[in-house]
Design a protein around this ligand. Structure first.
Ligand code: NAD
Length: 394
């Protein structure tokens, strides 16, 4: 099969296995170039491990710290005439590279919100891996079947209290237009908190604790975003922002749980806005990211997922010092994005962005390149004319 990108709105419905493997290898190479991270985790569980920040966390734990890793994610294998999702190919590539490097790597593919997948992961940890000293919770999902009630909760990205109008971009067509998003209902707010809040992270930690599978001194981390005022109505002050407040609530509860087990800790890291499958689905944000990339690349401060997470591990989590928290008890990996000079330029240029100025004022081309890379397209050294067998299994 000759595989080409097929972009439909904010998703690409095809993925390239060789390109995904090259993307994973790029990230492994980055971590290895930066040398070993001393005193890192030995046995890491990464939930949401197949793409984006979770995959970068798994790669850093394994190739930066030499950790054995168990990855949990929800991906679709290939079908008769359809390639698998990128997370499927990424994980196969990761596992192969880990095994070549002599590192334990196992994966559980299925719904992390369910009790069955938690049980499966816990059995693997008990039988093969041993007590976990790092849990990364990096799930981004549009829906959750609640494990106790069976209710299906669907998350929405909407403002709260009043409608919100701003510019957005169709990243594929390069058309800037105005979008108005109506405020969420109370039910939509509650549903979004149920999907993207902290309850499931707590359930994972409680299940691990009950099974006696948390090592003394274990660390648990999850990721969030704050961003600038231009996105607050749709992000920080919107439905997803309330869910992220709930994630911070969960971090405090998990921190208390880990402290009863020794000197453990749990916290939320506020990461930079980046092109991932999750962020491309949020209105306004891809336009902001395109502008941000232009400014940060010109400044030489641009980072991707792997740069962010390698920095989190090497300069914060395993640096030997106390974590540098902000006033809300969060680690700030978005420090470079939020620099006054960067945000001053965002505020100055935002009103000038239109379809006609998009190419000149923003890094829309860089956005598109990064977006296609998420699906394994556009990587150097990959022969995209080659006939590829898309059917791969673990
Ligand atoms: P992503 O879409 O790249 O990754 C999501 C992961 O979750 C994938 O591995 C996917 O398989 C997994 N997943 C989804 N539903 C699942 C389910 N039901 N069961 C098991 N696994 C499931 O997303 P991302 O952007 O890396 O987001 C990860 C976290 O980082 C989120 O909490 C997000 O809010 C946060 N974050 C993202 C950004 C950004 O700009 N992308 C910035 C700051 C924080």
């Amino acid at each position: 099969m000759i595989l080409r990108p097929k972009v439909r709105g904010f998703v690409c419905v095809t993925a390239h296995p060789v390109g995904c493997a090259a993307h994973v290898q790029e990230q492994i190479d980055y971590v290895q170039r930066h040398g070993p991270i001393k005193n890192g985790p030995k046995r890491a569980l990464v939930i949401g491990a197949s793409t984006g920040y979770g995959l970068a966390s798994r790669i850093t734990a394994a190739f930066g710290c030499g950790a054995a890793t168990l990855g949990v994610f929800y991906d679709r294998p290939s079908e008769e005439d359809r390639p698998a999702t990128p997370g499927w190919y990424n994980t196969i590539a990761f596992e192969r590279a880990a095994k070549r490097a002599g590192l334990y790597a196992r994966s559980v593919n299925g719904d992390a919100f369910s009790e069955a997948i938690k049980r499966q992961a816990i059995e693997l940890i008990r039988d093969e891996l041993g007590p976990i000293d790092l849990v990364v919770y990096s799930v981004a999902s549009p829906r959750r079947v609640h494990p106790k009630t069976g209710v299906v909760h669907k998350s929405v990205i909407k403002p709260i209290g009043q409608s919100y109008t701003n510019k957005t971009v169709d990243t594929d067509l390069g058309i800037v237009s105005e979008i108005t998003i109506e405020p969420a209902t109370d039910e939509e707010i509650a549903d979004t908190v149920a999907v993207m809040g902290g309850e499931d992270w707590e359930l994972w930690m409680q299940a691990l604790d009950a099974a006696g599978l948390l090592a003394p001194g274990a660390t648990a981390v999850s990721y969030s975003y704050i961003g600038p005022a231009v996105t607050w109505p749709i992000y920080r002050h919107g439905t997803i922002g309330l869910a992220k407040n709930d994630l911070e609530r969960a971090a405090r509860r998990i921190d208390a749980l880990l402290k009863t087990n020794g000197y453990g800790r749990a916290f939320v890291s506020i990461n930079k806005a980046l092109v991932t499958q999750a962020s491309s689905a949020i209105p306004v944000v891809p336009l902001y990211i395109s502008l941000l990339y232009k400014i940060m690349k010109a400044q030489g401060t641009h980072e991707g997922c792997i740069e962010q997470i390698q920095r989190l591990f090497s300069s914060q989590m395993y640096h030997g010092n106390a974590l540098a928290f902000d006033e809300g008890g969060r680690v700030r990996l978005d420090d470079r994005e939020m620099q006054t000079e960067v945000q001053r330029k965002i505020v100055e240029l935002w009103p000038q962005i239109a379809t006609e100025t998009l190419g000149e004022l923003t890094d829309i081309q860089g956005y598109r390149t990064e977006f296609l890379k998420l699906f394994g397209f556009g990587l150097a050294g990959v022969d995209y004319e080659a006939d590829i067998d898309p059917h791969m299994i673990f």
